[in-house]
Ligand binder design. Structure first.
Ligand SMILES: CC(C)(COP(=O)(O)OP(=O)(O)OC[C@H]1O[C@@H](n2cnc3c(N)ncnc32)[C@H](O)[C@@H]1OP(=O)(O)O)[C@@H](O)C(=O)NCCC(=O)NCCS
Length: 144
């Protein structure tokens, strides 16, 4: 999973690769707190091609809400509908248990999520500790 995440996010200048150990710790942290859902997509040769991680967060607006935390498709498998399929399948699953589905998106993917039926509900700008603005890192919150 860490390999796919690193490969997918390497396109962003602000991204620093995560180690397998740190990623496992991070997933452990989420799993301890929330009901977590993983969706994995495999290539015909049995390689992990795409990955989505989501969870049910009882503290988001409107009470229990589904939250899509990570979507990553190995660059070699992008552009074939895998990313859309992971998001749509997960949103359907989450709607079985929640009334709302949220996610934070990097800038530039608004069109991708809007096509899948999401709409922007809030916009936030992140600042680094140095207070240097990273516009590419600004996130947009969506709900389906
Ligand atoms: C975003 C991502 C998951 C999409 O995966 P994918 O398998 O390539 O997506 P799809 O093939 O389902 O693409 C569906 C549509 O979205 C568009 N799209 C895909 N990636 C896009 C991008 N980075 N920017 C804008 N549009 C994008 C495609 O052009 C396609 O449009 P079309 O239907 O008109 O052809 C993949 O590009 C990725 O892993 N990106 C890096 C990590 C990332 O940004 N994750 C999301 C964080 S919020």
């Amino acid at each position: 999973m860490a390999r796919v995440v690193n490969a997918a996010f390497s396109r962003y200048q602000w991204y620093s690769p995560i180690t397998v150990r740190d990623y496992a710790n991070y997933l452990g942290y989420i799993e301890k707190r929330y009901k977590t859902l993983y969706l994995l997509a495999w290539s015909p040769s049995g390689e992990l091609a795409g990955y989505l991680q989501a969870y049910i967060n009882p503290n988001l607006a409107e009470g229990f809400s589904g939250y899509i935390e990570e979507v990553a498709v190995d660059p070699r498998y992008q552009g074939h509908g895998l990313g859309s399929s992971l998001v749509v399948k997960t949103a359907r699953r989450l709607y079985n248990e929640t009334r709302h589905v949220y996610l934070n998106s990097v800038r530039g993917l608004e069109g991708f999520y809007e096509k899948l039926g999401f709409a922007i509900v809030d916009e936030t700008v992140y600042y680094e500790a140095s207070l240097t603005l990273f516009p590419e890192r600004a996130v947009t919150v969506y709900t389906g």
